[in-house]
Ligand binder design. Structure first.
Ligand SMILES: [Fe+2]
Ligand SMILES: [Fe+2]
Length: 314
């Protein structure tokens, strides 16, 4: 790309961050009235889309009665929110706070600092939204004891594996790359529920409110991670690319143990090995990586990077 075009491109991106931060109070969930959760709870409707529950495709699932299936769908909704919370709390929030530190070579102008603080507030509010919605589910469905550890999820385990043996800035690069993978693909994860018909209105609406905030975060992370990538040396750039591929693969990996626990809520006893078999045989799940591809274009990284994740999983 000629120098002038590159300069114009980055100026446009910077303008986008200015526009985004200045409209924050008008567009984000935390600035809107709280949803009347109980008012949007219809006990007759399932809490989760049936087609997104993999245990229903395992042998023996056809013998589950309606009550067992509904309990499994309620537990699946609780698990979904526990996973969302873990992504926010373990993967994204620590990196937002890290990027505010001077030692991390990302933009630190006033607009970038505003964008990071706004994102931190959004993400904490998303955790609160998950907690409030799941609180209603636990109370109305009598599921007080359904809990998941923050490291139960393949993405948290994948990040732990990727940073094993690393320290200092190398580990920071891995953490930042995983947060970029999260922020550019979370919309796809949330849209599975936000577009689901015939489920609990409370669950669909609260997930949709979250999803709407994430389109802004994708821009923030594209901009900040772009500034980091351009300022590190080629070995660190390679480490960033590899961690990004690892992050995308982790986000596509199935969660095994949590589904075993979800199935148990309906009295359906399955093993981790059955879930692993299902995961190995399923088609590669589609995730919307559109925002990521914009970043790859901006940095001059081949789209093959994203394609490689698909091929490795198939
Ligand atoms: Fe979020
Ligand atoms: Fe986010």
């Amino acid at each position: 790309m000629p120098d002038t075009a590159a300069r114009e491109g980055s100026e446009y991106e910077r303008d986008l961050l200015v526009q985004l931060t200045s409209r924050w109070s008008k567009r984000v969930a935390v600035k809107k009235d709280e949803l009347d959760l109980d008012g949007h709870f219809d006990a007759a409707l399932p809490d989760f889309p049936e087609h997104l529950v993999p245990v229903f495709s395992l042998p023996g699932a056809d013998r589950l009665d309606r009550d067992a299936r509904e309990r499994i769908m309620s537990a699946a909704w609780i698990a979904y929110n526990a996973k969302t919370t873990a992504i926010e709390d373990e993967i994204i929030l620590p990196v937002c706070r890290m990027m505010l530190q001077d030692r991390i070579p990302v933009r630190h102008d006033d607009v970038a600092v505003d964008a990071l603080h706004q994102t931190i507030i959004d993400e904490h509010y998303h955790i609160l939204m998950c907690n409030n919605a799941v609180g209603v589910t636990r109370r109305r469905r009598d599921m007080a004891d359904v809990r998941f550890a923050p490291d139960a999820w393949s993405v948290v385990q994948g990040r732990a594996a990727a940073r094993a043996g690393l320290s200092g800035f190398d580990r920071d690069i891995v953490d930042i790359a995983f947060s970029l993978a999260a922020e550019t693909t979370i919309s796809g994860f949330l849209s599975g529920l936000s577009t689901a018909e015939d489920i609990q209105p409370m669950n669909r609406i609260t997930t949709d409110m979250h999803r709407r905030d994430e389109s802004g975060h994708a821009v923030v992370f594209r901009e900040l991670c772009g500034s980091l990538y351009r300022s590190v040396d080629s070995a660190q750039q390679r480490m960033f690319r590899e961690a990004l591929v690892g992050g995308l693969a982790s986000f596509r990996s199935a969660d095994l143990e949590p589904w075993v626990a979800v199935a148990a809520q309906g009295g359906f006893e399955i093993g981790v090995d059955q879930m692993a078999e299902w995961a190995a045989s399923r088609p590669v799940p589609a995730r919307d990586t559109g925002p990521l591809q914009l970043l790859l274009d901006d940095l001059g990284i081949s789209h093959d990077l994203v394609e490689a994740v698909r091929v490795n999983r198939s």
